[in-house]
Design a binder for this molecule. Structure first.
Ligand code: ATP
Ligand code: SF4
Ligand code: MG
Length: 328
């Protein structure tokens, strides 16, 4: 089997605040294979963005990041300084940030921003970068490329800005694209166009994609594998087929039930009543226990470890066997 493109073991991120500490990411481990599309789903605040941003050296605020292993290709991300990390980010790992308006420079013409992404990484000379920017605009479906090159971000619609973000992220032909909610806030038609575009780019370049999304329909239609996060932990990871056929975590079971009930498109991920916790202590018990209809005393005493049910299917739940039999 090919080596994973990205391998992460035991990632922790904490934010120190004046009165307490937020335990945003609590021992996350995963890997991504070349050409694989992984969907990361989970409710708001479950640690999806912070996990990815921690790996890329982009967490803001008073953050402490620890990780046992963070290997991308032959690079040890843990040991890289901020300049080297910045160089990999953008050149070999493309990132589409959650909010395009905060990541595009409002006073710089968009064409220049795409060109700059290439030139900053010495990927192309100014002349080649100009031509390649026009080609990229064409590739991501921006019409009238020469005129549009000179526009500023506010002159574009939300969907067009998202396409520009994707153009910047893939400008240097990265092997991994991390896309944080690339289709949220777009109407369904534009959403489908963006997903088709990502699919095409993935196939043409054998690019791996990690896609963070609230939309379970997008995750199941677009991804090979789904990772579910809850309270800063991965609670289930499975191929889309296994996930639909044999969800093994009660939260995933709720997701499946809500899809059957309401259809798969544009479903917000609140399938189980209650709110996710803000974790201000290191977890020592199952964080989902308050909302879980399967909870037993053990769940309130012992943190369930992520364990393998079968090849490629991982779950963190003391009662996953019962959950699977309920799903069937
Ligand atoms: N700079 C920060 N300072 C303090 N807490 C933070 C900071 N950034 C994130 N957090 C907290 O870390 C936790 C995880 O946040 P994160 O942004 O990863 O959530 P998310 O899963 O991406 O949610 P969403 O779906 O809303 O984007 C949340 O409780 C959040 O409030
Ligand atoms: S460990 Fe217990 S509380 Fe947590 S999800 Fe499983 S059954 Fe529910
Ligand atoms: Mg987020």
């Amino acid at each position: 089997m090919a080596e994973p493109l990205l391998q992460v073991e035991n990632l922790y991120t904490q934010f120190r605040r004046a009165d307490d500490t937020v335990y945003a990411v609590n021992g996350v481990s995963f890997s991504v294979d070349p050409g694989e599309v992984v969907g990361i789903v989970g409710e708001s605040g479950s640690g999806k963005s912070v996990s990815m941003m921690s790996l890329l050296g982009l967490v803001r605020g008073n953050a402490v990041v620890k990780v046992d292993r963070a290997r991308f290709k032959t690079y040890d991300l843990k040991k890289l300084g901020s300049h080297a990390l910045e160089d990999i980010r953008g050149r070999e790992i493309g990132v589409v940030f959650q909010d395009p308006m905060t990541s595009l420079n409002p006073v710089m013409r968009v064409g220049d921003q795409v060109m700059e992404a290439m030139m900053a990484h010495h990927y192309a000379t100014p002349k080649a970068a100009f031509q390649r920017t026009l080609d990229l605009f064409h590739e991501v479906g921006i019409p009238e490329v020469v005129n549009r090159f000179r526009n500023y971000p506010h002159e574009f619609s939300g969907g067009m800005r998202q396409r520009i973000m994707i153009a910047i992220a893939v400008a240097c032909e990265p092997e991994l694209l991390i896309a944080d909610e690339p289709t949220t806030a777009l109407d369904v038609t534009v959403q489908m166009q963006i997903l088709a575009l990502l699919q095409e780019l993935k196939e043409r370049r054998n690019m791996s994609i990690m896609m963070i999304t609230h939309d379970f329909g997008v995750a199941t239609n677009f991804c090979d594998r789904i990772m579910v996060m809850y309270a800063g932990q991965i609670v289930e990871s499975a191929t889309v087929q296994d996930f639909i056929a044999r969800p093994a975590h009660p939260y995933s079971l709720g997701l499946k039930a809500s899809i059957l009930e309401m259809g798969s498109r544009n479903r917000e991920l609140v399938p189980v009543p209650g709110l996710p916790p803000v974790v201000t202590r290191p977890p020592t018990r199952c964080s989902f226990a308050e909302r879980c209809t399967f909870a037993i005393d053990r769940c309130r005493e012992e943190l369930p470890a992520l364990r393998m049910l079968e090849s490629g299917h991982l779950v963190a739940c003391h009662r996953s066997e019962e959950v699977i039999s309920r799903a069937g």
